[in-house]
Design a protein around this ligand. Structure first.
Ligand code: ADP
Ligand code: MG
Length: 679
């Protein structure tokens, strides 16, 4: 069997030994293909050449110059050795300097000419600082637009760039997964052009053309998969569940809002229709999604089926379990919690009861998906906070029954039009109304000069018996830094609040550790929680009335809204302070929206306006797969175009050859781990 050149392992390339292969492996790169699809995170334009006489302070440019001195070295401090070299191009002289670089000592000879690229400074002397250099005629790093890659230890820009070039040379021409008809309809360039120019563009325009095409391909692939799912769903029979939820709604201690009623109606219609429901309920934090889900469960259970409710964390599962028990107390419905903390014996008993149908509602984490969980007659599978689960997981849960209805819930408000596009495989219901009587969270956007006053205010809240969240300063994405940042912040804070128990929470903690900290906070044993922006979605601590968000200017408004939703859950007045590190007016102004607006959908619109869809979706809060170019895809227009193209494709308007089909399928497989087959 011959393998396709694209599948060639990168270890075939000269210069890639086991160590480098390991480093590449950490980036998920194993084959030529992986290399070609390892897109640069940015480019540096090194095409600008200047004469020495033209150089301006602070600019970064190329010059072509001849060495006119030997290397001088100076030890200016114990650990600081400066090497300097004089060069000239006939228009003037320039001093090149490097720090602590012994390798250069005998590198240059008088009379040799090089291209140098680096940053210029004119004071105190005309200098170029740590330039890179190459011999003219054989340039790889200068005189062109150079890709900058996501790296890991053991790799440099040069190594990656070199390997990518070699992989290109050895891969031959790629077949285009986008059919020609589609490319011409949407004015997309061909794949080989796109790949070449995403790595090594000859200009800005060429790069744009390439990026547009590849971003289109990503979105298109995703949406074809979603449309195929939806098409298949539409024809999937569903258990006919026809009991009215009215008695349940009557038993609630509150009257459902208009929005809740409308969404419940939409769900009940689906459940009774005979085809299976596949619906997303999108509602702001606190909009009452649980009651909506519970109404659906009531109808399911009273129609003789079981319902499963899956939450992303143990603590949320427990919270739901307790809440549902209260809601169903008067209805004689058995609820079981499948939690990681059950003993083996308890678990065995629970599983037996579920299988025998003695339990009607099962609440749990993704532990619900494990192979030994067998339902007697599963009619409804609900996933809460859907962005924490993939398409596969919510399907896996529904596959534990026959003709099971699927309901997913999201607390991430996104503008309605977008919801319909990006959740192509789901019908969408939106709860755009909060229950009456909710207290507005008083929000303030302030600069660093307010810190003292903020801490004083926090002290007052603590004294009054309340609790507080502090969202820690953002750091570069790194396990170590994240941990350090949280720990360090908490230690510093402890000095200001010596007697207050402070807890920390960050993304790199194990789920069990996180749960333990969250429970301690919930029970009031911890009074301040210092956390990264990962604070558990949906966790309910009514006594927490104060939230301070550090570096607030670095978050999107939607994310701030999500974070803010952790407070304002009880009867006491709550406060959210958005602190910008800088006192910059623009940063503070941008955040003023938060002060006046408490509607998540309106904030999402504003966020989208301020940041554009690239950034908006780039935060990956939306259950989308990690698009490589999503951070840069340029406009809304492209998004709706891919949506249209995908529909055209799935409905057969764009015919594909078998080969095109299998190329596309291959892409979808990569995206969904082989779980979605296109029709
Ligand atoms: P979320 O949409 O964030 O999941 P929940 O379902 O947890 O919100 O509801 C938040 C709170 O609002 C709960 O305490 C719930 O009992 C209450 N609630 C839900 N619906 C209403 C309503 N129509 N009127 C008054 N309170 C309600
Ligand atoms: Mg909820």
């Amino acid at each position: 069997m011959t393998i396709h050149p694209l599948q060639t392992p990168i270890t075939q390339l000269p210069g890639i030994g086991p160590k480098r292969a390991d480093a590449f492996g950490r980036l998920g790169i194993f084959t030529f293909k992986d290399l070609l699809f390892h897109f640069p995170r940015a480019h540096e334009d090194r095409t600008v050449f200047k004469k020495i006489i033209e150089l301006a302070h602070d600019e970064t440019v190329c010059i072509k110059a001849t060495v006119v001195s030997s290397m001088q070295t100076n030890l200016i401090r114990k650990n600081m050795r400066i090497s300097s070299l004089r060069v000239s191009d006939g228009t003037g002289f320039l001093e090149l300097i490097w720090f602590n670089n012994r390798f250069l000592d005998n590198r240059f000879k008088k009379g040799e000419t090089y291209i140098f690229y680096g940053k210029v400074r004119l004071t105190p002397k005309k200098q170029m600082v740590t330039p890179i250099f190459e011999t003219p005629g054989n340039q790889k790093q200068t005189g062109r637009i150079v890709p900058l890659y996501p790296l890991t230890e053991g790799l440099t820009e040069n190594i990656v760039s070199d390997c990518v070039q070699q992989a290109f040379a050895r891969s031959g021409q790629l077949k285009d997964p986008l059919p020609g008809a589609l490319r011409s309809a949407y004015q997309l360039c061909e794949i080989n052009y796109a790949l070449t120019n995403i790595h090594f563009p000859t200009g800005r325009k060429e790069y744009e053309i390439a990026r547009r095409r590849l971003a289109f391909e990503e979105m298109f692939t995703f949406q074809v998969a979603l449309c195929s799912l939806k098409k298949r769903q539409a024809s999937r029979p569903g258990a006919r569940l026809t009991v009215s939820p009215e008695p349940f709604l009557q038993s609630l201690p509150f009257a459902p809002t208009g929005a809740q009623k409308r969404v419940i109606d939409e769900i009940i219609t689906d459940l009774a229709s005979g085809t299976s429901m596949n619906r997303l309920v999108c509602g702001d934090v606190g909009s009452g999604k649980t009651a909506v889900a519970a109404a659906a469960m009531y109808t399911t259970v009273e129609s003789g089926y079981q319902a499963a409710f899956m939450a992303p964390t143990e603590i949320l599962a427990i919270q739901h379990y307790e809440g549902l028990q209260k809601m169903f107390r008067s209805h004689n419905i058995e609820i079981e919690l499948l939690s990681g903390s059950l003993t083996a014996a308890q678990r065995r008993r629970a599983l037996a009861r579920i299988q025998a149908g003695e339990v009607q509602i099962v609440v749990g984490t993704h532990a619900l998906l494990s192979d030994d969980v067998h339902f007697n007659r599963l009619g409804l599978a609900i996933t809460d906070e859907q962005h924490r689960f993939g398409v596969n997981q919510r399907r896996a849960l529904s596959e534990k029954g026959d003709n099971t209805h699927i309901l997913v819930m999201s607390a991430t408000p996104i503008p309605r039009t977008l919801a319909f596009i990006i959740y192509g495989d789901l019908d969408v219901s939106i709860i755009d109304e909060l229950p009456p009587g909710r207290q507005k969270i008083d929000t303030f956007a302030v600069g660093e000069n307010y810190r003292k006053r903020i801490y004083d205010f926090l002290a007052k809240e603590l004294l009054a018996g309340r609790q507080a969240y502090i969202v820690c300063p953002l750091v570069e994405e790194s396990d170590v830094l994240e941990l350090e940042s949280v720990t360090e912040y908490a230690q510093k804070l402890q000095k200001s609040f010596p007697d207050t128990p402070i807890g920390i929470l960050h993304g790199k903690m194990k789920p069990a550790e996180k749960d333990a900290v969250m429970s301690a906070f919930k029970q009031g044993d911890l009074r301040i929680l210092v956390a990264t922006s990962v604070i558990e979605v949906g966790v309910d601590v009514p006594n927490a009335t104060f939230m301070l968000i550090e570096n607030a200017e670095r978050y999107g408004l939607s994310q701030l809204h999500q974070l803010r939703g952790r407070v304002g859950r009880g009867t006491e007045k709550s406060y959210c302070i958005l602190l910008s590190q800088s006192n910059q007016e623009t940063a503070v102004n941008r955040l003023q929206v938060m002060k006046n607006q408490s509607n998540g959908f309106a904030i999402a619109e504003e966020d989208l306006k301020q940041r554009g869809p690239g950034e908006f979706f780039g935060t990956r809060q939306h259950g989308l797969p990690a698009f490589k170019l999503a951070g840069v895809f340029s406009d809304m227009e492209l998004l709706s175009k891919t949506s249209q193209a995908a529909k055209d494709y799935v409905t057969g308007k764009i015919p594909l050859t078998e080969e095109e089909k299998s190329l596309l399928q291959e892409k979808i497989n990569a995206l969904f781990n082989n779980h979605v087959t296109i029709s």
